[in-house]
Ligand binder design. Structure first.
Ligand SMILES: *Cc1c(COP(=O)(O)O)cnc(C)c1O
Length: 235
């Protein structure tokens, strides 16, 4: 069986090769290690071989890990799951990024509850395929959403995040990724701080990198098959 360090290395090799093949600059794609349902000992193994960006989906589980790993203070924690309004305060307090913002009410609460000395980085989640089973705003709503967030002083919009529909043909998948790349590149021309297109997971990282993704979110390919948690069972 491969270790976490070995799997991490192989994902890094994939990133490097895909970046080269897409004629993109070296180091233009970041790796977010998605550690949901995995124990802190797994996070520490990845940390020890240099991984610093970690993503969590469930509020309670994520906060517990952040607190337990407080001494590893150069970890950047990304919240990437569904967020209810009664959890915004703890998320704004403990996480560095929230990638799953798709309601203005949630954005406003994150802004209002963000600690005074902190700027919270956010991505807007876009439901690029209008999939009824997926979170995210419609692409037609993006400009108004961006304008509203620009008025929230404690939030800094860094970019867009998406989870494309599963089980698409290669052509459909390419089409979804391309639509996201177009939205991202248009947004970059009007908003100076936009540098993040969070797109691609274990099954589709090469295609995402080929379509301008700047951050892939990888769970299974690093940590193996997911465990069940109380929170993931409940939702
Ligand atoms: C679980 C999850 C991932 C990682 O998925 P894998 O297929 O295991 O790589 C990425 N993004 C989000 C939003 C997730 O919930």
């Amino acid at each position: 069986m491969e270790t976490i360090a070995e799997r991490l290395k192989s994902v890094q090799t994939t990133i490097k090769q895909s970046t080269l093949e897409a004629h993109r600059a070296p180091n233009s794609v970041k790796l977010l290690a998605v550690s949901k349902t995995k124990p802190v000992s797994d996070i520490v193994q990845a940390y020890e071989v240099g991984q610093r960006l970690f993503g969590e989906n469930y509020v309670q589980e994520g906060i517990e890990k952040i607190q337990e790993l407080q001494k590893l203070d150069d970890i950047e924690w990304h919240f990437i799951g569904p967020l209810q309004s009664n959890k915004t305060r703890v998320v704004a307090t403990h996480f560095d990024w929230v990638q799953s913002v798709d309601r203005l009410k949630i954005a406003q609460r994150l802004n209002d509850q963000c600690p005074a000395d902190k700027e919270l980085y956010i991505c807007i989640q876009v439901n690029i395929d209008d999939d009824p089973n997926k979170a995210g705003i419609k692409s037609a709503e993006l400009n108004d959403f961006v304008d509203a967030i620009a008025k929230m002083p404690n939030l800094l919009l860094r970019g867009l995040m998406t989870i494309p529909k599963g089980q698409q043909t290669p052509e459909q998948q390419q089409n979804s990724f391309r639509k996201m790349a177009d939205l991202f590149n248009a947004l970059k021309t009007t908003s100076p701080n936009i540098d993040t297109l969070s797109m691609g997971m274990s099954g589709d990282m090469e295609q995402a990198i080929n379509n301008d993704s700047t951050m892939i979110r990888v769970g299974t390919a690093i940590f193996g098959k997911r465990n069940q948690t109380k929170e993931s069972n409940a939702t």
